[in-house]
Ligand binder design. Structure first.
Ligand SMILES: Cc1cc2nc3c(=O)[nH]c(=O)nc-3n(C[C@H](O)[C@H](O)[C@H](O)COP(=O)(O)O)c2cc1C
Length: 163
């Protein structure tokens, strides 16, 4: 998928189908996290794949438990990484996922202590991922159409120049 199309068509999706995520797709998503640049290349993160009973418990520690319960894959970014590094890492994983047709959503942590205990370290981000419950096709629109439809402030409000 073209990079700009992937960015423009990416939305945070919370409804997932039951379709399992193949191992090679999961590997690619996690590798996109691994490849992320970080401050001084310190890579102060682990990617914790959360399933089973731990997943049930983690669902109770986020603001939107159903996102975590119903996802095909839940990845917590755990460790000492700063927010800029964590954001880059999370977005890389989510865009790599979207390139494979896998949708995703970041999840705010309601109970940081519980999340840390479940994941074995400080939780910086929790991503829920899965195949979409309702078909989402990036190629159904051009990148410009996706951009125009996005619920975002216009560039005219965001960009200014200094010289
Ligand atoms: C740090 C962070 C925390 C978020 N927490 C939640 C959350 O707890 N539950 C949720 O459903 N969405 C959560 N979101 C997703 C936002 O609601 C979403 O990025 C925003 O509404 C834009 O959605 P869109 O890309 O589909 O337009 C979070 C996003 C970020 C960046």
């Amino acid at each position: 998928m073209d990079t700009y199309l992937a960015i423009a068509s990416k939305r945070d999706v919370r409804e997932y189908s039951d379709a399992p995520i193949p191992d090679e797709v999961r590997e690619r998503i996690l590798d996109a996290g691994r490849l992320t640049g970080s401050s001084k290349n310190r890579q102060r993160w682990e990617f914790v794949v959360v399933s089973g009973r731990a997943r049930e418990r983690l669902a109770d520690a986020v603001y939107a438990p159903e996102n975590v319960r119903s996802a095909g894959l839940v990845v917590a970014i755990v460790g000492e990484a700063g927010s800029f590094d964590t954001g880059r890492c999370a977005q890389n994983m989510m865009l790599a996922a979207w390139g494979e047709g896998v949708v995703s959503c970041p999840n705010g942590v309601r109970d940081a202590d519980a999340a840390a205990e479940i994941c074995g370290g400080e939780v910086r981000a929790i991503l829920s991922l899965g195949y979409p419950a309702r078909l989402r096709d990036a190629a159904s629109r051009s990148a410009e159409e996706w951009s125009a439809r996005a619920n975002r402030k216009p560039l005219s409000e965001l960009v200014r120049e200094v010289s």
